[in-house]
Structures are given as C-alpha cells and as structure tokens.
Design a protein. Structure first.
Length: 131
C-alpha cells in the first residue's frame, strides 16, 4: 500500500468560555481544508461555527455552564477529525443562590445547575428555585 502523507488537523484541544460569550479560536491547520464541524455534543451548552470569511477559525459560543465537545473535520477522504473540549464557566455569582433547572427540548432532559443566582439562571432559560 501507499504511505499516507496527509497531516492531522491541528486545533486547540480545550477552550473555556462564559455563558453568552463567543470566542474565536486560533487558526485550525493541517489536514485538507476547508474544515467543517461534524459533531456538536450538546448545543444547549455550546455551539461552534466556521465562517466563510475566516475558514480556518472556529468560533465557540457558550450557552450554559457545563462541559461539551465539538468535532472539526477536514475535506480529505477519509476525513480527519480533531475534538475540542469546551468548558462553559459558571457566571459570576451575585445575590441569593438557588438551583437552576434547564430543560433541553431536543433530548427532553432537564439538567440542574446548583448555586446560581436568579438572573444567571433566567439568562440560560432556566427555572430558578431559591435555596
């Protein structure tokens, strides 16, 4: 057989963002451009986009404080992938704390984020119950 001389995709393996914040990652390289997003584990937590104007940059938007992953693939056959672990940080806590119940309509799974204030919970679309 012939040797595989294609290189792997190089992308950041970890990123942290705040809820409601979008962060552009350093350029993706290696593999065979153009790149695309092939899998987003939980879009309720974070989403990734690659724009035509910046085809080597992935923008990650934090939605809810938890961990998720986003997988980028290249255009080779078979394609190569790189997985990015995304940590969405809990918002800064102000005011009385409680439990925040967030329903993911896609999976009908309700997740609980404890120790959040009412404003932060409602900004995530959750229902808040004070401690």
């Amino acid at each position: 057989g012939s040797a595989d001389i294609r290189s792997n995709i190089v992308a950041p393996s970890n990123i942290s963002v705040n809820p409601g914040e979008a962060s552009s990652l350093p350029a993706i390289s290696g593999g065979t451009p153009p790149y695309s997003i092939t899998n987003q584990q939980d879009t309720a937590v974070a989403t990734g986009t690659i724009s035509f104007s910046a085809p080597n940059t992935i923008t990650i938007k934090g939605n809810a404080p938890r961990l998720t992953s986003i997988v980028v693939k290249d255009s080779s056959i078979p394609f190569r992938t790189a997985s990015i672990t995304v940590t969405v940080k809990a918002p800064v806590i102000v005011g009385p704390l409680g439990n925040c119940y967030i329903n993911n309509e896609r999976t009908n799974f309700t997740s609980t984020v404890s120790r959040l204030n009412k404003t932060a919970c409602e900004s995530l679309g959750g229902g808040w119950i004070p401690d």
